[in-house]
Design a protein around this ligand. Structure first.
Ligand SMILES: [Zn+2]
Length: 97
């Protein structure tokens, strides 16, 4: 069992109207997103999906995918966006419970 410590803010900019949107890192929710048994243990993935409408009616989407491998270590953090640009990333660290 792990928990993610999120610090700072996630900032997204609308690609249509360039408006900035800010989210508290600690409000981001990561849900388990599958696991794979590998040589050195279990690789687990966690996904945070954030989608909302900008004031210009464009639907913005930001997905953050964390790969935990081996257990208790963050191997990768991948950001994927739609109609948005990530201008600031929150810092994410992991603690094992
Ligand atoms: Zn916009």
């Amino acid at each position: 069992m792990v928990r993610f410590i999120r610090k700072g803010n996630l900032k997204l900019k609308c690609k249509e109207c360039h408006k900035s949107h800010s989210f508290e890192g600690r409000d981001l929710v990561f849900d388990p997103y599958g696991k794979t048994e590998k040589e050195d243990g279990t690789e687990r993935k966690y996904l945070c999906t954030n989608d909302f409408f900008c004031s210009c009616d464009t639907k913005l989407k930001c997905e953050i995918l964390i790969t935990e491998y081996p257990e208790g270590k963050i191997a990768d953090i991948n950001y994927e966006t739609k109609n948005a640009e990530v201008t600031e990333k929150c810092s994410i660290s992991i603690i094992s419970l």
